[in-house]
Write a protein that binds this ligand. Structure first.
Ligand code: UDP
Ligand code: MG
Length: 312
């Protein structure tokens, strides 16, 4: 009998938890019909919810104390921290990462298990096709994948979800990366191993609402790029070099013109515009530099990524 730890981050998900549990139970029951093969080991991570998520989890834990475990944070630390806590405390033979809102269909688990057990893959990921999405959101997210693919050494497949099934060895490798700024999609790609992607048709949440605003998604993308690429720093250097070249050309032009036509004092509006432009470019480059320094600052503080208040 093999144990599959299901890491489930929950943030204000009181309506979804029981539904999730029942659906997964059904999937495991039908998988185990012939012979007892797999045991689900639920690891719910309550990410500082302000609704009744924790009490729903307590009830579930009392109902099924052997299989349902929970970690509760002292406040909201974000999904990345919940994933990190889950991975460090997952002890199953296989580990799956799932959203509680049933957007990651548990019905795919048997197929994923089969792939990982018979086809020699270390990880099976899920790619979502055709989900009804706001067109602006869809455009921004597809541009993000192109940009990060182009700028960094990590390769992230477009529309890949966090939903994945991992082998023990794979999870141990992820846990070896102790960075504070965690962008798990990048980490999964960075550690290597063989990952197979399966496709499924995206669906809407079973209950509740998404926690991501457009602005948060944008911020998440920028963080991801900065965590895995130094291309923006190179861009800053490039901008500096180009403006220097323009300046040299300008100086040569002005000198020759002055020599031929004599000196002229006119032209302060253009001078002011150029000064503003260069000042702006400098601030832009300083901003990029600042982003990286901020990351270094956070890393060197060695703060924990999360604080666990309760572990059952
Ligand atoms: N989540 C979390 N902490 C947060 C935000 C979200 O643990 O700060 C969890 C949430 O409960 C859900 C999963 O992360 O299980 C995905 O969140 P959501 O469904 O809002 O994102 P989407 O599916 O829209 O990308
Ligand atoms: Mg969701």
């Amino acid at each position: 009998m093999k144990t599959i730890t299901l890491i489930v981050p929950c943030y204000n998900e009181q309506e979804s938890i029981n539904l999730f549990y029942e659906t997964v139970e059904k999937v495991f029951n039908s998988m185990n019909q012939e012979k007892e093969n797999y045991r689900p080991d639920y690891l719910f991570v309550n990410d500082g919810s302000s609704d009744n998520t924790l009490s729903v989890l307590h009830e579930l834990n009392q109902k099924d104390p052997e299989n349902v475990h929970l970690i509760s944070f002292s406040r909201n630390f974000g999904k990345e921290s919940a994933i990190a806590a889950g991975l460090r405390n997952a002890h199953g033979d296989f580990v799956a990462l799932m959203d509680v809102d049933l957007q990651d269909p548990p019905e795919l688990l048997p197929q994923m298990l089969k792939i990982i057990e018979t086809e020699n893959y270390d990880c099976v990921g899920c790619v979502q096709t055709s989900r009804k999405q706001n067109p602006v959101r869809a455009f921004l997210s597809s541009s993000f994948y192109h940009v990060i693919d182009y700028l960094s050494s990590v390769n992230i497949k477009p529309n890949v979800r966090d939903y994945r099934l991992m082998s023990r060895q794979y999870v141990d490798a992820v846990n070896d990366l102790t960075e504070y700024n965690r962008f798990s999609k990048g980490i999964f790609s960075w550690i290597g191993f063989d990952t197979k992607y399966i496709e499924y048709k995206g669906r809407d949440r079973a209950a509740g609402e998404t926690h991501w605003s457009l602005f948060q998604l944008l911020d998440y993308s920028i963080e991801g790029i900065i965590d895995f690429s130094d291309a923006p720093l190179k861009l800053a250097t490039l901008v500096g070099i180009i403006s220097c070249i323009c300046a040299v050309i300008g100086i040569i032009f002005i000198t020759i013109r002055a020599l031929i036509f004599g000196g002229a004092v006119a032209g302060w509006p253009s001078l002011v515009s150029i000064m503003l432009l260069i000042g702006g470019l400098q601030l832009f480059c300083l901003g990029i530099l600042g982003k990286y320094i901020g990351k270094v600052y956070l890393e060197t503080k060695h703060r924990p990524q999360y604080i666990i208040k309760e572990h059952k």
